[in-house]
Design a protein around this ligand. Structure first.
Ligand SMILES: C[S@@+](CC[C@H](N)C(=O)[O-])C[C@H]1O[C@@H](n2cnc3c(N)ncnc32)[C@H](O)[C@@H]1O
Length: 226
């Protein structure tokens, strides 16, 4: 069965990744990418990772909460942005991910600002007191509307809500990728409305200015202005 080409042609995506790789090399990061490949674990990848770091650095972020951290790949970039005196709270339901994240990030010299909450992401967010600079969302997609609802009031003015997979391979615009196993296709289609609902909520919230960077599967950036 023919498959819909990726939104960003593979060659263009590869070019963006190469541009980031040219900026720095880190054996640990490469090992994390190899693990993701081996186990089919959905990390954000280099181009999005560096983009997230750039967003955090641009606002001088010191306090970041990640909703859905996996084994620490995206946290690697946020930890670089906030520095050792910052704070990156990781969240994930899987304790194995927490252990792996600590091992990788320690070796990379990026564990100092990290605290890892094993359990529900929104409970982890609720446990963190005070105003936040960045909330980054990458949990199961049916949780996106609730994640936004929980994060929107917690960010300082000038803070950022960042969210991955908001283009969902084009499903948000009615495209239907072909060639997927039916079970996977049905599971992904079932949560498309949740991604759209969250994105529309954000777009109509007068406190936020937002846009979507169409890197990989789409990264939403929403800046709190009021
Ligand atoms: C796409 S992966 C995260 C990848 C990570 N952001 C990265 O790029 O390295 C999503 C992760 O979120 C976790 N997860 C999904 N829903 C969650 C929830 N409601 N609370 C906590 N963790 C959740 C899963 O266990 C999984 O490890």
């Amino acid at each position: 069965m023919p498959s819909l080409p990726p939104l960003l042609p593979r060659e263009v995506d590869g070019y963006l990744v190469e541009l980031v790789k040219a900026q720095f090399a880190d054996q640990v990061l490469t090992e994390m990418e190899i693990r993701a490949d081996q186990y089919g674990f959905p990390i954000v990848g280099r181009a999005v990772g560096r983009f997230l770091e750039l967003q955090a650095r641009a606002i001088g972020a010191k306090r970041v909460v990640e909703l859905g951290s996996g084994f620490g790949y995206s946290a690697y970039f946020f930890a670089g942005a906030v520095g050792d005196d910052g704070e990156v709270v990781c969240t994930d339901t899987d304790p194995d991910n927490a252990r792996l994240a600590e091992a990788y990030l320690r070796r990379a010299g990026r564990w100092a600002p990290v605290r890892y909450h094993v359990g529900d992401a929104l409970e982890g967010l609720a446990d963190v007191g005070g105003e936040l600079d960045v909330v980054y969302c990458d949990i199961d997609k049916d949780g996106y509307p609730d994640a936004w609802a929980a994060a929107a009031d917690r960010l300082r003015v000038g803070g950022l809500f960042l969210c991955d997979n908001v283009l969902w391979d084009g499903r948000v615009a009615g495209l239907v990728p072909e060639g997927e196993p039916p079970e996977r296709a049905a599971a992904r289609a079932a949560v498309t409305d949740d991604i759209v609902a969250m994105s529309r909520e954000i777009a109509s919230d007068p406190r936020y200015i937002s846009s979507v960077a169409p890197i990989r599967d789409g990264v939403l950036v929403a800046l709190r202005v009021a």
